[in-house]
Design a protein around this ligand. Structure first.
Ligand code: ADP
Ligand code: ZN
Length: 590
């Protein structure tokens, strides 16, 4: 990551130098161009009365009519006379002709000598611009992409992210000993996508992967492939892979791969075509290297959904490793890794800092220790104590709030109640999929999440299952209402409501599951369904909401335990959810 930033900075620095030089050259050229315009027209001006007198005395030998006035020759001197109206001009032309002066008209616009200098300077401007572009574009490619050998990073420098590390073990063994895999005919990955929010250690993991495997590491960023000149970006893709093949075995890391791999829009503009040809080149290169060439590409992105599907096909980036924000234990581990580089006072409890930093990424945590060290240094003390850490945490949270990531403790409790409601209903409603995990760590747009795993793929879904899904969907809002009261429910259920409405609508209008409507497909007329249909949809959702509420009221103790567990651990797995719910049930029975 730091490498990438450095490179970007360097590029920018160079770019700005080039641009400044370009602009200066442009200014000089423009000034040179405009000089003749000003200079040649800068002649003496005389008053109309004087001119009129001289004309009357027959001293004027020639007049040249032009916009806004005349140039007048008396003897070998010329002067300009300002004339406000064309009527006056017409009279003067008559008088001048009568007095025997030569009369002619200045061609409007630029005279030929000026036009020539204009064209010449235009050519110069274009030349300068081209020069600037060349500066910006070709220079960095001399050292781009940079290959690093003997990467010192190892997996033990990456705290937490155990699942990701386990998934990547195979890639390590392949890079170490590709031939063995090849010999037994195993299909070897060429591309792996690491998906997750910024600062979660994707770059760090990729580097450590190269370090563990002992192969060369080439890091580039998707933004390296946005070049202003046609064909450059495509050329860089080829250059990247050519270098990788030369340095094999090696690992290519493409940060922000969405910048080069987003969906092709098929737009007709030059930029669209340029973008598509760059992406196509990437696809061609990925297909081109066979697995024995010892090159693996790792792409990092926060958004798989914007990637072109062609990138995700088998043989390209066909594996995804998810890198999420760390949970409380992950955060503690990350703090411990970074604490190796600073001096902590005895008695500083990293676990309690981890508890106080929900929503922090690994980068934020590294930053926290760094800020705390700065606070301590400012005070002139040698060790970081609790207060420095607190101050650093608050400073970073302020930044996070601007990013609207960190949530207040009140909101945290609210999210915990909401998610506990979903989890409880999922546990206790027959026909629901099993809970896999529940979390109050933000995921994408959602502030929390209860994940359920279907036992097997379902193609025919029974009413019972649909109703269970509806009860689970309503469980979040129902818990909010039961715990905080009807006046305190929040906007947090918007996507649950959308999901439930969608299911209920299809039950009524497509799947013939409403006795009142019967087995009939109903189409919308305009925006809405017929009134009876809308009523049925509402009835179903309301009944399921009531069921969810009853479930929560009847198992309030279990709900409260789930809330407490979520607040404590942030993520609890399905077994833990079931254990907590069963515990309370047994108590009820006793
Ligand atoms: P990403 O590529 O996902 O944006 P980086 O790999 O650049 O994130 O992480 C930025 C920094 O955050 C790293 O250099 C490291 O200091 C710290 N960091 C992030 N995740 C971890 C982790 N799991 N363990 C240790 N440090 C981490
Ligand atoms: Zn919800």
């Amino acid at each position: 990551m730091t490498n990438v930033i450095e490179k970007a900075r360097e590029l920018l620095r160079r770019k700005s130098v080039a641009i400044t030089v370009g602009i200066m050259a442009l200014a000089v050229v423009l000034a040179a161009v405009s000089v003749p315009f000003f200079v040649s027209d800068k002649v003496d001006e005389i008053a109309y009365s004087e001119f009129s007198r001289e004309l009357g005395e027959g001293k004027v030998s020639r007049i040249q009519v032009q916009d806004g006035g005349l140039t007048v020759w008396t003897g070998d001197q010329s002067a300009f006379v300002r004339l406000p109206s064309s009527m006056l001009t017409a009279q003067i032309i008559d008088r001048a002709t009568a007095s025997g002066a030569q009369v002619d008209f200045k061609k409007s616009g630029i005279d030929p000598s000026h036009a020539a200098s204009f064209v010449i300077s235009l050519i110069m401007v274009v030349a300068v611009l081209a020069l600037v572009a060349v500066q910006v574009d070709f220079k960095p490619t001399n050292r781009w992409p940079r290959t690093v050998r003997n990467i010192p990073d190892r997996f033990d420098g990456v705290a937490g992210q155990e699942e990701a590390k386990a998934e990547l073990q195979e890639v390590i063994s392949f890079l170490r000993d590709g031939q063995a895999f090849e010999n037994v005919g195993a299909r070897i990955p060429r591309g792996v996508l690491m998906v997750g929010p910024p600062g979660t250690g994707k770059t760090l993991i990729a580097k450590a992967l190269a370090g563990e495997a002992g192969v060369s590491f080439i890091a580039v960023s998707g933004s390296d492939f946005s070049a202003p000149l046609i064909g450059i970006a495509k050329g860089r893709v080829s250059k990247l892979f050519e270098q990788a093949r030369r340095k094999a075995p090696c690992l290519i890391f493409i940060d922000e791969i969405d910048a080069i791999g987003r969906k092709r829009g098929g737009g007709g503009s030059a930029a669209d075509r340029e973008f598509e040809s760059t992406l196509n080149q990437l696809l061609v290169e990925m297909d081109g290297f066979n697995t024995s060439s010892g090159v693996i590409v790792i792409g990092a992105t926060n958004r798989v959904d914007v990637l072109d599907p062609a990138l995700l096909r088998p043989g390209r980036f066909d594996r995804q490793v998810h890198i999420g924000l760390p949970d409380i234990t992950g955060r503690e581990a990350i703090l411990a890794v970074h604490a190796r580089n600073v001096k902590l006072a005895g008695g500083v409890d990293l676990a309690s800092i981890a508890r106080g930093t929900p929503g922090f990424s690994g980068a934020d945590l590294g930053n926290l220790l760094n800020e705390a060290a700065i606070f301590a240094a400012r005070e002139g003390v040698a060790e970081i104590d609790r207060e420095h850490l607190e101050a650093a945490r608050n400073k970073i949270i302020m930044g996070l709030e601007r990013r609207s990531l960190a949530i207040t403790s009140e909101e945290r409790r609210l999210v915990a109640v909401h998610e506990a409601g979903h989890a409880l209903c999922a546990c206790l409603t027959p026909g629901s999929d099993k809970v896999h995990s529940a979390t109050i760590i933000p995921h994408g747009q959602a502030l929390g999440l209860v994940m359920r795993l279907p036992e097997n793929d379902r193609y025919c879904i029974p009413v019972e299952k649909l109703e269970a899904d509806l009860i689970v969907a309503m469980g979040g809002r129902a818990a909010e209402e039961v715990v905080f009261g009807p006046r305190k429910v929040t906007t947090g259920a918007a996507s649950d409501i959308a999901h439930a409405t969608n299911i209920a609508t299809r039950m009524v209008t497509e799947w013939g599951m409403s006795p009142a409507i019967g087995m009939m497909k109903v189409a919308r007329s305009g925006e809405s369904f017929p009134r009876e249909v809308e009523q049925e949809i509402r009835r179903i959702i309301e009944e399921m909401y009531a069921a969810a509420k009853t479930c929560i009221e009847d198992n309030r103790e279990a709900l409260d335990r789930l809330v407490a567990a979520l607040l404590e651990n942030e993520t609890i797995d399905g077994d833990e959810v079931r254990r907590i719910v069963a515990l309370s049930e047994r108590r009820l029975a006793a």
